[in-house]
Design a protein around this ligand. Structure first.
Ligand code: LLP
Length: 417
C-alpha cells in the first residue's frame, strides 16, 4: 500500500497532484510520500513489538536528510557502510547508540570517526578488520563494540548482484572461522564482543532463507555461550523484498512472526537493517516525454531521465512500473522508454506495453524510493535531479536540483596549462 494514487485521471502523491510539483520544481524529480515512509517503518517496527529490538534503517537505500529524519523521529537507528553515511545519519539526528557499521572496506579514519562518535557496534567482515579495529580503539583508549558478520552460506534466491550470504561472496566471515575469531576477539584489548550479524542479500521474497540462516547462527550462539562468550545483539540484517510487479514478498508482520519464533528463546536484542522494504514503494521518479519515434522493428519514447538518474533497470534489468501523471493517452504501445545518455543500456523500460506517451507528457516510475536517487550520478554531465517530500497537502523540496556550476565545483585547471 502506498500513497501514490489517481484522483480522477491525475496521479497524486498523497493530496498533491504530481503535475503541480513538476510545475513548481521542474522535471525530472523524485517525490517521496511521508505517509508511506511512516506507514512502512511502523509496520516493520510493529512486527517486532513483543521483543526488544531496534530498526537500524539502511542508509544506503536512500540517504536524503528528510528521509533519515523521518525514521529517526520514529525511533529508528542507522545501518551505515561509510564515514559519509555516518555523517549523514548524525546530521539527521540519529542516536549513535543505534548505529551499526557494516562493510568490507572500512578505512582507519572511518573507524576512528565511528569510535569518536560512540556507535553501538561494528559488523566485522574480516579477520584483519577485527585486528585493525582493536589497534585503533586501543590507541584511542576505547573499546569498540563488535559483532561478527557471519556468512551463513545460504542462497537467498535473488539477483546474483545482490546476493551476499553465499560462500563465494566477499561479505562476512564463514561459520568455522567466525568461531575462531570470536575466541580471538575476546582476547583483544580494544574489543568488546557484543553481537552477531548476518545479511544474506536484498529483495528476498521468501522468509525461509532468513530462518535457515538464523538457525545456523543460533547453533553458533549456543556454542559460544558454552565457551563463556555471551552475546546481547542479534543483527538480522536487511533484505526483505517489495513488490515491483508480480512478486509477492511476505508482509513485515509475517516475516516478523517467523523471525521472532526463531529467535525468542535466545532472549537477545534484535537489530534489523531494512532499506528497500521501507523506502522502496514510498518514492517515485517523475519524468517528461521529450520525443517519440516509431520504427518498423521498435518504438522508442525518449524522456528527460536516464540511467544516471535511475540506474536499476540498466544495472540489473530491474522492473519499475510506469504510469502517466495525467491519464489521457490514446491507448497503449509496446516500446522502450529510454534516457538521453549515450549508451544503449540507458533504458528505464524495455519492450513493454506502456501508454502512448506524447511529447510533453509526464510519467511516473514507481517503486523508485530505494536505490534510486542514492545511486544516481552526473554521468554525461547531467546535474542530479531535485527531491521533494509530500505530507498531506503540503510539499517541499528536500534536495535542490543541482546546477551546471555544481558539476565543476572542486575542479581545477592546473597552473601548467
Ligand atoms: N544491510 C547490509 C549490510 C546491506 O548490504 C544492505 C544492502 C542492507 C542492509 C539493506 O538491504 P535491503 O533491506 O535494502 O534489501 N542496489 C541494489 C541493492 C543493493 C543492496 C546492498 N545492500 C538494488 O538497487 O537493488
Amino acid at each position: 500500500m502506498n500513497h501514490f494514487q489517481y484522483k480522477g485521471n491525475e496521479l497524486h502523491a498523497e493530496e498533491v497532484p504530481l503535475k503541480e510539483i513538476v510545475a513548481r520544481v521542474g522535471s525530472p524529480v523524485y517525490v517521496y510520500s511521508h505517509a508511506t515512509l511512516t506507514r512502512h517503518f511502523t509496520a516493520f517496527d510493529e512486527a517486532f513489538a513483543g521483543v526488544p529490538h531496534t530498526i537500524c534503517y539502511s542508509v544506503k537505500a536512500n540517504s536524503t536528510q528528510a528521509v533519515l529524519r523521518t525514521f529517526i523521529t520514529l525511533g529508528g537507528g542507522a545501518d551505515i557502510v561509510s564515514g559519509g553515511e555516518l555523517y549523514r545519519a548524525l546530521q539527521a539526528g540519529v542516536d549513535p547508540k543505534k548505529v551499526v557499521y557494516s562493510g568490507v572496506g572500512k578505512k582507519d579514519d572511518e573507524i576512528e570517526y565511528a569510535l569518536n562518535t560512540g556507535i553501538l557496534m561494528f559488523n566485522v567482515e574480516s579477520e584483519q578488520e577485527l585486528t585493525r579495529i582493536s589497534e585503533i580503539a586501543s590507541r584511542m583508549g576505547k573499546k569498540a563494540g563488535i559483532a561478527i558478520r557471519v556468512n551463513p552460506d545460504v542462497d537467498p534466491q535473488t539477483h546474483p548482484y545482490i546476493t551476499t550470504g553465499l560462500k563465494n561472496a566477499k561479505f562476512g566471515i564463514t561459520i568455522d572461522r567466525a568461531m575462531t575469531e570470536y575466541a580471538r576477539a575476546k582476547t583483544l584489548p580494544g574489543i568488546d564482543v557484543i553481537g552477531i550479524d548476518m545479511h544474506i542479500g536484498s529483495q528476498l521474497t521468501k522468509v525461509t532463507p532468513f530462518v535457515d540462516s538464523i538457525e545456523k547462527l543460533k547453533a553458533m550462539i549456543a556454542n559460544l555461550r558454552g565457551q563463556g562468550i555471551d552475546l546481547q545483539y542479534f543483527d538480522c540484517g536487511g533484505g526483505l523484498g517489495i513488490q515491483y510487479s508480480t512478486e509477492e514478498p511476505p508482509l513485515p508482520a509475517d516475516y516478523g512472526k517467523e523471525i521472532v519464533a526463531a529467535t525468542k528463546e535466545l532472549g537477545m536484542h534484535l537489530l534489523f537493517e531494512p532499506g528497500r522494504n521501507i523506502v522502496g514503494n514510498a518514492g517515485i521518479l517523475v519524468a517528461t516525454c521529450l520525443f517519440t519515434k516509431e520504427r518498423d522493428e521498435k518504438n522508442f519514447i525518449m524522456i528527460d531521465a536516464g540511467m544516471n538518474d535511475l540506474a536499476r533497470p540498466a544495472l540489473y534489468g530491474s522492473f519499475h512500473g510506469v504510469q502517466p501523471v495525467v491519464k489521457d493517452q490514446d491507448g497503449m504501445i509496446v516500446a522502450d522508454i529510454v534516457g538521453p545518455i549515450c549508451e544503449s543500456g540507458d533504458f528505464l523500460v524495455k519492450d513493454r506495453e506502456v501508454p502512448m506517451f506524447r511529447q510533453g507528457d509526464l510519467m511516473a516510475f514507481m517503486s523508485a524510493g530505494a536505490y534510486g536517487f542514492a545511486m544516481s550520478s552526473t554521468y554525461n554531465s547531467r546535474p542530479r535531479v531535485a527531491e521533494v517530500m509530500v505530507k498531506g497537502n503540503q510539499f517541499e523540496v528536500v534536495r535542490e536540483r543541482e546546477t551546471v556550476e555544481d558539476l565543476i565545483r572542486g575542479e581545477r585547471v592546473p597552473s601548467f596549462l
